[in-house]
Design a binder for this molecule. Structure first.
Ligand SMILES: NC(=O)c1ccc[n+]([C@@H]2O[C@H](COP(=O)([O-])OP(=O)(O)OC[C@H]3O[C@@H](n4cnc5c(N)ncnc54)[C@H](O)[C@@H]3O)[C@@H](O)[C@H]2O)c1
Length: 261
């Protein structure tokens, strides 16, 4: 077991990558706070973890609200007395060109994807210092590395996460707090389905995208969760400030357009 005795907060854990990661961390012995805007989804994830014999605490939180984040951290510390791992994974997507985007829409994407990570780090770090260290993992995207069509606010937010990660790695290194960023590629979650559409049209879009992916397969949330587990555990001791890409080869290519086998 890689996370025995550790306490982890996973945001966005009601769904997709966050849920798979919360389950993966709990299977390795962590006590997991399942934090999400969706209370019912968080409860469902927590119930599943508990049904496997591990410990989980669901907390309803809007990560863009400092009051909510403070409460989430206080409830975690009150329940388990320490915080070792923070996975800032909650995120929202917005597919909209800038000239159609409202100020409120821009602020929401930045508020959840960027400010949400800042707030959680701000409130968790004092607990990690007290405990002698910790690991923070932020969810970026392949959009942290290069532009993505039709999603300027989302891409800007994921670019910000990349350098927030590196800056925090410098500021927190002496406190033995490692900070890394995981950059998933095309991963089969509700967010991806919302992005590319449902039904036959959505499937066709996914297939077209996969023609540009060397491994030719859609990632499962569990694939990303396994890499997240590596980055929050001692297996990655010595690694801080990195962008860890999990994209089935997509960003390795300057050009790649092969038929799927
Ligand atoms: N699916 C992909 O292809 C992909 C690719 C790259 C990066 N990502 C990133 O992975 C992360 C997880 O996304 P996913 O694909 O699992 O999507 P998802 O929609 O399945 O999960 C996102 C979760 O975040 C929660 N959330 C949204 N706003 C919140 C808020 N304000 N406070 C708390 N929780 C909130 C949602 O309720 C949801 O449960 C996101 O940061 C996303 O940008 C996803």
């Amino acid at each position: 077991m890689k996370l025995t005795g550790k306490v982890a907060i996973v945001t966005g854990a009601a769904s997709g990558i966050g849920r798979a990661s919360a389950v993966a961390f709990a299977r390795e012995g962590a006590k997991v706070v399942v934090a999400d805007l969706s209370n019912s989804g968080a409860e469902e994830t927590a119930r599943f973890i508990c049904s496997e014999g591990a410990e989980a605490l669901p907390i309803e939180v809007d990560v863009s609200s400092e009051a909510d984040v403070r409460r989430m951290v206080e409830e975690t510390a009150a329940r388990w007395g320490r915080i070792d791992i923070l996975f800032n994974n909650a995120g929202v997507l917005l597919v909209k060109p800038v000239e159609q985007m409202t100020e409120a829409e821009w602020d929401r994407v930045m508020g959840v994807n960027v400010k949400g990570s800042f707030l959680a780090v701000k409130h968790v770090v004092p607990h990690m210092r007290r405990g002698g260290g910790g690991t923070i993992l932020n969810t970026g995207s392949i959009a942290s590395l290069s532009g993505q069509v039709g999603t300027p606010a989302y891409s800007a937010s994921k670019g910000a996460i990349a350098l927030l990660t590196k800056s925090l790695a410098l500021d927190l290194g002496r406190d033995k707090i490692r900070v890394n960023c995981i950059c998933p590629g095309i991963t089969d979650t509700p967010m991806l389905r919302e992005h590319l559409g449902h039904g036959a049209e959505g499937e066709a879009r996914i297939k077209a995208r996969l023609s540009r992916v060397p491994l030719g397969e859609i990632l499962r949330p569990e694939d990303v969760a396994r890499a997240a587990l590596y980055l929050v555990s001692d297996d990655s001791a010595g690694i801080t400030g990195v962008l860890h890409v999990v994209d089935a080869g997509l960003t390795a290519a300057a050009e790649f357009d092969e038929p799927l086998k």
